[in-house]
Design a protein around this ligand. Structure first.
Ligand SMILES: Nc1nc2c(ncn2[C@@H]2O[C@H](COP(=O)(O)OP(=O)(O)OP(=O)(O)O)[C@@H](O)[C@H]2O)c(=O)[nH]1
Ligand SMILES: [Mg+2]
Length: 609
């Protein structure tokens, strides 16, 4: 068997924030893909605006560097569990992986998820213990935990024979022994060259699997993937095999390979390389592009199922159409279906109501990122509370179940266990490090987890972290009763005033500032009791002839509680919606008038009787 010794294909995988994108920075900087005076900044691969704002990777991306004459194609992946579909999508392009593990946190839930995938696909693993510059790093213990993880997940004994490097991605250093002084990341490059197998040269004509798509207004769709056989050049005639096994003919327009942050136009690309090809109309991720001489399809990419769903509705609030550029059913529908081309773990379905679409994703964050992206593009719509997706297996209703790992301090154990009990979680482990740090592990249904993150962060004052790992499906445990209080609902359209809001603050928390334009049925606050109450927040104080006392003039409002999109989605219940426009996020009752809501409650009572 022959190999392309001039190429290595690697994917970088880890739990969220363990330093993948920073390590790619270090690799790019050391291989001098930038001019000496070029300001490149940090987290270069997190190029999308939302990625930069949130400081996380959302989409997997390709880059490449050359080290000692060998081209290393690098795929950076997201570590957040909601974007696991991205890892599943790209992992098949690589022959080896760098498994990054934080030197303090050690292996975390997503470390296990990604390593399991890598080992199942037979990737050669290099473990990189990262952030060794951090003061409290506990390298020896982390190594032991990683060993345990490999013992649990390895599919063959030779997978237990992995190399370990120690790095500070931030300082651009990698060494082969802990404590060794380092000056750059050459040892990492050397280790990749020595241990990641070069691509095998399969004999036969051209064949590639499309793992990613990009768009160009002139060139159209750009198919990105690894060449598994043969060569490809501009003007070649190729066959595209789609999901149904149907074939059509195309002429390749241009062929590109990667180097640094650029795509290089090339005259020809060969087996083993990762390329971008234009000219293949309507190409989709998972399609095979091959020579007409042997147009056999490669196995399609398998992506885990979505676990959470919510509806996307055309905006029907009284303010509909005022703030968005794209507001119609047709525009919303087209945009959602277009997302399926690249967002592989997403599902979109029409419903029996023409203005409502059911959208399914891998978690609340997965859906929230889509909502935020669409709102920035100018779309206006409304979304419902996310719900866990149940299925029927052997005649029984089952629901998704996850493992929840919480790292917190002793003082919060009580409040957290109480909150989680209400959500029907079972504690399966509790470990204390003797210094007030404790790790709690729970088994909890996805339904029970929805909306937990917000109250978790508030009740532990931001001092704890939580992570989840999808376990599988288990018999449905019944509905979890919401513990949220009722809401304060605007009873009239108008502009909120201090006097009206001050009255509202007598009932609970408010969400809006004076001057906010409200409509009947819009949610303006949280009641301190379980019922919803309508209030007129636009009501001015009655003018009297008697001069008001000074205390009346200077009403001091408590600042409103402003919710982010994610918090808003967490907050609403089944009778409410989040209205999303490029300018505002509003909460509303589905039924806007008090009489509609009263009628629906009495109808529900009657149907129970
Ligand atoms: N001290 C220290 N901090 C690091 C190191 N590497 C990364 N970080 C920091 O860790 C944080 C997360 O780094 P990223 O590179 O975004 O992590 P990531 O694994 O790409 O995260 P996701 O893509 O969101 O999963 C950033 O604040 C980095 O500056 C390191 O070696 N030492
Ligand atoms: Mg990243």
């Amino acid at each position: 068997m022959n190999y392309r010794s001039d190429i290595r294909n690697i994917v970088i995988i880890a739990h969220v924030d363990h330093g993948k994108t920073t390590l790619v920075d270090a690799m790019l900087k050391q291989s001098k893909v930038f001019r000496d005076n070029q300001a490149v900044g940090e987290l270069i691969m997190d190029s999308n605006a939302l990625e930069r704002e949130k400081g996380i990777t959302i989409m997997a991306k390709n880059t490449a560097v050359v080290y000692r004459g060998v081209k290393i194609n690098i795929i950076d992946t997201p570590g957040h569990a909601d974007f696991s579909g991205e890892v599943e999508r790209v992992i098949s392009m690589a022959d080896g992986c760098l498994l990054l593990v934080d030197s303090i946190e050690g292996p975390m839930p997503q470390t296990k998820f990604v390593l399991r995938h890598a080992l199942q696909r037979g990737l050669k693993t290099i473990v990189v213990i990262n952030k060794i510059d951090r003061r409290n790093s506990r390298i020896a213990e982390v190594i032991r935990l990683i060993q345990d993880l490999f013992l649990e997940l390895a599919t063959s004994t030779d997978q237990l024979d992995y190399h370990v490097l120690y790095a500070s991605a931030k300082e651009g250093i990698a060494v082969t022994e802990p404590g060794m002084p380092g000056k750059d990341i050459s040892s990492l490059f050397d280790c990749i060259l020595a241990n990641v197998p070069p691509p095998r040269i399969e004999s036969g004509p051209f064949q590639m699997l499309v793992s990613n798509l990009d768009y160009d207004s002139h060139k159209g769709r750009i198919a990105i993937g690894r060449i598994w056989r043969g060569k490809v050049a501009p003007h070649d005639t190729v066959v595209r095999v789609n999901a149904d096994g149907n074939m059509d003919y195309h002429e390749v327009a241009e062929v590109f390979t990667y180097l640094g942050l650029k795509r290089l136009k090339v005259d020809q690309a060969e087996v083993g390389d990762i390329v971008a090809v234009t000219g293949i109309k309507k190409v989709s991720i998972g399609d095979t592009i091959a020579s007409p001489a042997q147009p056999s399809a490669l196995p399609r990419i398998e992506i885990g199922e979505p676990t959470v769903e919510m509806t996307f509705d055309v905006n029907t609030s009284p303010f509909a159409g005022r703030e968005g550029r794209f507001c119609t059913t047709r525009q919303l529908r087209e945009r959602l279906y277009k997302e399926l081309e690249t967002n592989l773990s997403l599902r979109v379905q029409d419903t029996d109501r023409p203005d409502t679409f059911l959208v399914k994703g891998r978690g609340e964050m997965h859906l929230a990122i889509l909502i935020e992206t669409m709102r920035r593009e100018g779309y206006e719509f409304a979304v419902s509370k996310p719900e866990a997706i149940t299925k029927v297996i052997d005649g029984k209703i089952v629901e998704p179940v996850e493992v929840l790992t919480i790292d917190t301090r002793d003082e919060y154990i009580g409040v957290l266990t109480e909150m989680l009990n209400k959500r029907q979680a079972q504690m399966i482990d509790m470990r204390n490090d003797g210094q007030d740090n404790v790790r709690l592990v729970f088994r909890i249904s996805t339904q029970g987890l929805l909306g937990f993150r917000g109250s978790f962060l508030t009740s532990t004052r931001g001092e704890s972290t939580m992570n989840t790992l999808f376990l599988g499906y288990e018999p449905w445990r019944g509905e979890i009763v919401s513990t949220r209080n009722g809401v304060l609902v605007a009873s009239e359209e108008g502009f909120a005033v201090t006097y009206g809001l001050n009255n509202a603050q007598g009932r609970g928390l408010t969400f809006i500032e004076p001057g906010t334009h409200v409509y009947e049925g819009m949610i303006v606050g949280l009641n301190s009791r379980p019922q919803d109450i309508p209030l007129n927040v636009c009501k001015e104080k009655k003018k009297t002839n008697v001069r008001a006392s000074t205390s009346d003039i200077a009403i001091k409002l408590t600042p409103p509680l402003k919710m982010s999109l994610e918090q808003a989605i967490d907050f609403v219940n089944r009778h409410e919606l989040v209205e999303v426009t490029p300018k505002n996020i509003r909460l509303r009752k589905k039924l806007l008038t008090y009489s509609q809501r009263a009628r629906s409650i009495s109808a529900a009572r009657l149907s129970i009787k």
